[in-house]
Design a protein around this ligand. Sequence first.
Ligand code: ADP
Length: 249
Amino acid sequence: MEIRDLNLWYDETHALKGVNFDLYRSEILAFIGPSGCGKSTALKCLNRMHDDTRGVRIEGTIVMDDSDIYSARIDPPLHRRRFGWVAQKPNPFPSSIWENVAYGPRIHGLVRSRAEMKTHVEDCLRRAHLWDEVKDDLHKKNGTDLSGGQQQRLCIARALSTQPDVLLMDEPTGSIDPVATAKIEELLLSLRRDHSIVVVTHSMMEARRIADRVAYFHLGELLELGPTERLFTAAQNEKARAFILGKFG
Ligand code: ADP
């Protein structure tokens, strides 16, 4: 994806100011920076999540596989299906573990038979590193009965179930404990092979552990973007350097 000169206003609030970046295949790109600086707002532009929010105005271009995603030729629901979304707070459906994963493929007609669905659900749960923990409870337990970390991995399995190209994650480890966080981080590294992943994180250590590249947001501007180690050891931008050193934010 190529994001060029992206500006976004919430009514009078200018929340994104001339943001530019590319997203490559099979990479983890982390958005870091102080709260309220536009990280989530930028993430939601990629899958057109702002379409239904009143008062939002967007300028600039976002190109995905040579098409402008805001052009009239793009069907927004089809565009959104190319993305999986994972929120900070795990939000499984209040239905069985099976149903959490089977729902999306069923309504989008992605599988043709019960046998194919069985294979698909197992595959998604395996890829989310959850299968061994839930394989005997697929129909017995609800998604909401699982632990916080398991719920988040179930939400990742659900996101994978519609075969997205890109995973968008808004602080996916922000509300779970350190052991569960380590599992999610390991999982993200294994998913990178088949997906591009954009992850908003408050944890600079997390960004350093998992990201290939890091983007630093500051008051709506993307001030610096670069390979993770370079950003953490030799950021060019003074504010990015100060933030990384923990001087504010
Ligand atoms: P971050 O993810 O870096 O914490 P956000 O993208 O959530 O930042 O917010 C960027 C700015 O946009 C903030 O000033 C925030 O208050 C504002 N904002 C975010 N969402 C909305 C909204 N739905 N309506 C109005 N203002 C919003």
